[in-house]
Design a protein around this ligand. Structure first.
Ligand code: FAD
Length: 331
């Protein structure tokens, strides 16, 4: 593998930010991944992996080695009476995988249809949507431990999955995921409790997938037309006492109790109540339709996005005493 200097990433992030890495390369195999780590070390650079760049905010000049993950492959590795097992290369498109499993008559992932990005990035933030998370279908993965240069296998508990979180997010840069195995149970139940999916109790997996994709298209701006990274902040989880205080002041505030006795709030609702929808800072702005989505009106830089995000956090904190945590990683 030959690394490229001044490696352009502008076409490799859904925010559409202009960005170059000092060095970069594309990985099509495990050998390429090891090579990249060696090159990065040889040049005394940190190494960052990118899948499809849908959960990052890139700076104009990244003083690091950026590796684009493109390891392919997808096969059914086992079939038991209770589940089918599918092993997939980290560079495969997540949505492509969802569609493929449905054509193979292996339902389960339909609620996660339409999430941009690569399979390898899925476990990093335990992707989730419409009441379902990747962790439910996760069997194992293989990752290169950059500390030892050895490939190691992780089962579910080793990944320490949580809400949009995992060990890979908590230790960024340590592990490079090259392959993921999912377990799709033979017994299938439609998951249609989420608002927008009512009425599909008798629906087929394909019908639910189509409904999810069209709901997403209606709710979120298409990043191919208006650069964005999806939800920019996590939904905050607060203590019950704090939620009660907020309910006294703001009776219409949406609250969702969590299994651990706390309360999840809607980051989008908090932002909208601050009157921030549609506001602009430089080339960056907040979607006029969805307060949780920061967008690139054209020519935005990482700095514009960072200043706008900081302003949103300040307004929400002043009004609700709630700290918003940014979801996409700044590189
Ligand atoms: C319009 C839109 C809608 C979205 N909707 C959702 C949603 O509903 N639910 C949801 O959970 N997310 C959503 N996202 C966020 C995003 O799609 C997911 O986080 C996705 O998994 C990111 O994949 P990626 O390949 O683009 O990762 P990147 O953006 O390329 O990388 C994200 C992070 O993962 C790390 N990473 C990537 N690949 C690897 C690897 N192989 N090994 C180790 N680390 C790796 C990167 O270093 C980075 O820290 C949305 C994004 C957009 C733009």
């Amino acid at each position: 593998m030959l690394p490229i200097s001044h490696f352009e990433l502008s076409m490799h992030n859904t925010f559409g930010l202009t960005s170059y890495a000092r060095l970069g390369a594309v990985a099509y195999s495990r050998a390429d991944v090891i090579d990249a780590v060696r090159h990065a070390r040889g040049n005394e650079l940190a190494l960052h992996v990118l899948g499809e760049g849908s959960n990052v905010v890139l700076s104009e000049r990244i003083e690091a080695f950026v590796l684009l993950m493109r390891i392919g492959g997808c096969e059914i590795t086992d079939r038991t009476r209770v589940a089918d097992f599918v092993t997939v290369g980290a560079g495969v498109s997540w949505h492509g995988l969802v569609e493929w499993t449905l054509t193979q008559n292996m339902p389960g992932l339909e609620n996660l249809a339409g999430i941009p990005g690569s399979v390898g990035a899925g476990p990093v933030q335990n992707i989730g949507a419409y009441g379902v998370e990747l962790a439910e279908f996760f069997e194992s993965l293989v990752a290169l431990d950059t500390a030892t240069l050895e490939f190691c296998e992780f089962d579910g508990p080793a990944c320490r999955f949580d809400y949009r979180d995992s060990i890979f997010k908590r230790e960024p840069g340590r592990f490079i995921i090259v392959e993921v195995t999912l377990r799709l149970p033979r017994e299938w139940q439609p998951r249609v409790g989420y608002s927008g999916l009512e009425g599909l109790e008798q629906g087929t997996p394909d019908q639910i997938k189509d409904a999810v994709v069209s709901l997403r298209e209606r709710k979120l701006p298409d990043w191919r037309q208006i650069g964005n990274a999806g939800s920019f902040f996590h939904n905050p989880v607060v203590a019950q006492t704090h939620a009660l205080r907020l309910q006294n002041h703001f009776p219409t505030i949406p609250v969702h109790p969590t299994p651990d006795g706390r309360v999840k709030l809607s980051a989008g609702w908090l932002i909208e109540q601050c009157g921030l929808k549609g506001m602009r800072r430089g080339g960056a702005g907040i979607s006029a339709d969805h307060g949780l989505v920061l967008i690139n009106h054209g020519g935005a830089r990482q700095q514009d996005v960072a200043l706008l995000a900081e302003y949103v956090r300040k307004c929400v904190n002043e009004k609700f005493s709630v700290d918003l945590v940014q979801e996409p990683r700044a590189l």
